[in-house]
Ligand binder design. Structure first.
Ligand code: CP
Length: 326
């Protein structure tokens, strides 16, 4: 799916945020640098800055979400935007209203931004192509295609722990086939210049085209984890599986589940990441998920800063503009 140019305006600036694929390194670094400004906002007694005051942001989640939906809402509120959380199940789409008609109505309410999660790959691109020119669109996860803000909060978390991307070996483990997160991470990691990206999983869970993305493929977890700095575990996306791609969860855990014994193959200071939701005892043991190498909850916190950064960048109201005048 090569539709990412729609997210860049004629001056090379980010207009929508739909995918990490095809974005220049400097643009990704700018998002990471800009997010550093927002990490302290959550520690203030009044957790708000006025960068998006007067803007209205609609969250359109056509698929379940805990982390992404709530951190987008918190990020928008901390930027002082007005937030509409559209409950799709009680919206007029259940009475046959089309997606585009729904968007036209939200445009008529003077919304400035749509944050979209959808089970169909390409949904956010479709919406970005059809909205009024002043409206910005952020992809909060579309099918198995992309989840760009998740990838950027993961890059932010890695940089906070490991500093130089060029020195790093990063392993992504599990159901790569159905993972929009893995695709967005691979594009971001390779653009940021990591030394090596490895994908580890059974053949049935690795997409054929993954070898074209500049990654090294492993089917053996022990070999794949040797000497890595960062381990990203992924859950089995049962809701996207059409057949029996693994023998059983118990056997999967034996072969690919991350336990303290398997973690010992990585570097001693390796960090363990997971975009969530985690399935304990399937892809990761509780000892690892709650252990000293885990940065899983840091990822969640960093999601607020990254989403504040992306929203303020695409609205053209960067930190240091209005905020300092208050
Ligand atoms: N990481 C992630 O997208 O989690 P949610 O599905 O809870 O938003």
């Amino acid at each position: 799916m090569k539709q990412y140019n729609i997210q860049i305006d004629e001056n090379g600036k980010l207009r929508h945020f739909l995918t990490t694929e095809g974005l220049k390194r400097q643009l990704l670094v700018d998002i990471l640098d800009h997010a550093e400004n927002f990490t302290s906002v959550g520690n203030r007694s009044v957790k708000k800055i006025p960068l998006l005051r007067g803007n209205t942001i609609a969250n359109l989640f056509f698929e379940p979400s805990t982390r992404t939906r709530t951190t987008f809402e918190l990020a928008a509120k901390r930027l002082s935007a007005d937030v509409l959380n559209i409950n799709i199940n009680t919206s007029a789409t259940t009475k046959g209203e089309s997606l585009l008609d729904m968007l036209r109505n939200l445009e008529a309410m003077h919304c400035d931004m749509f944050v979209v999660r959808h089970s169909q790959s390409g949904a956010a691109h479709f919406i970005a192509r059809h909205v009024a020119p002043h409206i910005r669109v952020i992809n909060a996860g579309d099918g198995s295609h992309a989840h760009p803000t998740q990838a950027m909060l993961d890059m932010f978390t890695i940089r906070r722990h490991k500093k130089e991307f060029a020195d790093l070996r990063v392993a992504i483990v599990g159901d790569i086939l159905h993972s929009r997160v893995a695709r967005s991470q691979i594009h971001a990691l390779t653009t940021l210049g990591v030394h090596e990206v490895r994908v580890i999983g059974p053949e049935t869970l690795l997409p054929r085209e993954v070898q074209n993305l500049g990654v090294h493929i492993y089917h053996d977890l022990h070999a794949g984890l040797a000497n890595v700095d960062v381990i990203i575990m992924l859950r089995l996306q049962r809701e996207r599986m059409t057949g029996a791609l693994i023998p059983s969860e118990r056997e999967y855990f034996e072969l690919y589940g991350l336990t303290p014994e398997k973690l010992a193959f990585a570097k001693p200071d390796a960090i363990v990441m997971h975009p969530g939701p985690i399935n304990r005892g399937v892809e990761i043991s509780s000892e690892v998920a709650d252990g000293p190498h885990s940065v899983i909850l840091e990822q969640v916190s960093n999601g607020i800063a990254i989403r504040m950064a992306v929203m303020s960048i695409i609205m053209g109201n960067r930190f240091g503009n209005d905020e300092e005048r208050e």
